[in-house]
Design a protein around this ligand. Structure first.
Ligand SMILES: Cc1cc2nc3c(=O)[nH]c(=O)nc-3n(C[C@H](O)[C@H](O)[C@H](O)COP(=O)(O)OP(=O)(O)OC[C@H]3O[C@@H](n4cnc5c(N)ncnc54)[C@H](O)[C@@H]3O)c2cc1C
Length: 368
């Protein structure tokens, strides 16, 4: 049987597959990307586009800061600004206890040597968010955070990778993986693909691909939900979250408002399906109205959910497989969009030098 070969086969055409491909190809490593559906079909193309360091899990901070640098110059990386807006992100506190919790968190982050999370009082909060409800007494802000357009970003990484010679095969599912004579042999719905190096960027399906390599991981598929309103007059610039509620909130330049954060529908990775949970959406809408009373006038025009891989400890798997020349990069637990530009560079470092310049020990697969 004839096979298609390259230096590296990447399984998964989401943003992480695309980012790994861009960084590898720009170092002269030839890549093939296999995508069972189409590029950006899943989490990478349908997410909230939040580019956030604020409130990151502590082990993720160095990678998130490296990624922030890349986001601020994203055109240099992929020849497209990806719709990135450095609007800042704010987490609001509605009670003294919530504000105290934000202060404690900010101090914890400062002790690690990072100064990006700033505590703000009610006056500064109102200056940043004039439409905020009176019950909000302060908050935390990261000025360099922002948001970008997820589908445009994922396609921009694909296009850049293609200009560097990467081949994307869409509608091609990896079904079996074997190691033979120093090569990974990947059986697919379109025949055999071969490469000395393999990268698992399969998102919520990352556990299935890991299992093909003989590695079991407890990744769960979840379905974070979002809804978007009809256009409203501009009233908020930064992305807003809340310490005491599940909420992520942003208004785009076109006036529409995106509401989400912490509410889940039902994901079925066998059927490729994410179903909405209306009770969760209602709770999200109520939270939005509490924080921004102007939202009482909003009309919701569309709701959706995406399929995302969630790890029990809420941080991804990034790093070498137990198998030779194979690497994992999945399970981003609903915050992998911001991390992707830097994680692709980490994967390229691992493949080309055997080591990462950023700390990835907490993300190793054998922690489970
Ligand atoms: C609704 C929602 C909102 C979110 N909001 C944010 C946010 O604001 N900020 C943030 O940072 N993150 C956010 N996230 C998380 C972020 O979208 C993900 O962490 C990130 O996109 C994961 O990218 P990925 O490439 O790992 O996965 P995916 O985009 O899921 O890509 C994996 C791809 O692998 C393919 N695949 C799987 N198995 C195979 C196989 N066997 N063969 C071939 N292809 C295969 C799949 O079809 C899929 O396209 C959100 C996620 C969702 C769903």
């Amino acid at each position: 049987m004839t096979s298609i070969s390259a230096d590296t086969v990447i399984i998964g055409g989401g943003l992480h597959g695309g980012s790994a491909a861009v960084h590898l190809a720009s170092r002269g490593v030839s890549c093939i990307v296999l995508e069972k559906d189409h590029v950006g079909r899943h989490a990478s193309g349908v997410n909230a586009g939040g580019v956030r360091i604020l409130g990151r899990a502590l082990p993720e901070i160095p990678i998130a800061r490296a990624s922030r640098k890349l986001w601020h110059n994203i055109r240099d990386l992929v020849d497209d600004d990806c719709g990135f807006v450095p609007s800042g992100q704010v987490k609001v506190a509605e009670t003294d206890d919530e504000l105290a919790a934000l202060q404690a968190r900010s101090q914890q982050v400062q002790k690690l040597g990072f100064d990006h999370e700033e505590i703000i009082d009610q006056k500064t909060l109102r200056e940043l968010l004039p439409a905020i409800s009176d019950q909000c007494i302060g908050g935390m802000v990261v000025y360099g955070d922002g948001h970008a357009n997820p589908y445009r970003t994922t396609r921009a990484f694909q296009r850049k990778a293609e200009t560097l010679g990467v081949q994307f095969f869409e509608g091609v599912a990896a079904t079996q993986i074997k190691r033979h004579a120093g090569l990974w042999q990947i059986s697919t719905s379109r025949g055999l693909f071969e490469a000395p190096t393999l990268i698992n960027c399969a998102g919520a399906w990352g556990g299935q691909v890991a299992e093909m390599l003989g590695e079991r991981v407890p990744v769960k598929a979840r379905a974070p939900m979002l809804m978007i309103t009809a256009r409203m007059a501009p009233f908020v610039k930064p992305v807003v979250g809340a310490q005491g509620r599940a909420l992520s909130f942003k208004q785009f330049d076109n006036g529409t408002v995106l509401i989400g954060g912490g509410r889940f529908g039902k994901a079925n990775i066998q059927l490729n399906e994410a179903q909405l949970d209306t009770a969760g959406l209602t709770a999200n809408a109520r939270a939005a109205i509490s924080i921004f009373p102007i939202m009482q006038k909003a009309t919701i025009v569309r709701c959706w959910a995406g399929i995302e891989g969630e790890m029990p400890d809420g941080i991804p798997i990034i790093g070498p497989s137990r198998q030779e020349n194979a690497f994992h990069c999945f399970g981003f637990s609903a915050h992998g969009f911001q991390l992707a530009p830097a994680v692709g560079s980490i994967i390229a470092d691992l493949v080309t030098t055997g080591a990462s310049k950023l700390p990835i020990e907490p993300f190793r697969i054998d922690r489970f």
